[in-house]
Design a protein around this ligand. Sequence first.
Ligand SMILES: [Zn+2]
Length: 85
Amino acid sequence: MSLWYCRVCGLAYDESPWGQDDRTPDFTFCECCGAEFGYNDYSPESARRHRSRWLEQGAGWFYPNLQPTEWSPASQLANIPKRFQ
Ligand SMILES: [Zn+2]
C-alpha cells in the first residue's frame, strides 16, 4: 500500500484523506500541521500559505501527544508532493 503525504507538512498517512478518487476530502485535520484536508490543501497556493503560517508559529504538532520523540521537521518536509512544495 502506498503512503499518502500531507501536502502541507509531508507527514505520512496510510490512507489519503482525499479519498480513493483523490477528489473527496474528508475534512479532517492533519495531526501534525493542523491543515484541514480539502480546505487548507486544496491548491498548491493554499498549501504553501498554511505551511508558512505553520512554520512561522514554530511548526508545532496539532496533536502534541502524537509527536514522535525523535522528530525531524526537515526530513518530513522533504516528503511534500512536488506540486505542493
Ligand atoms: Zn500536515
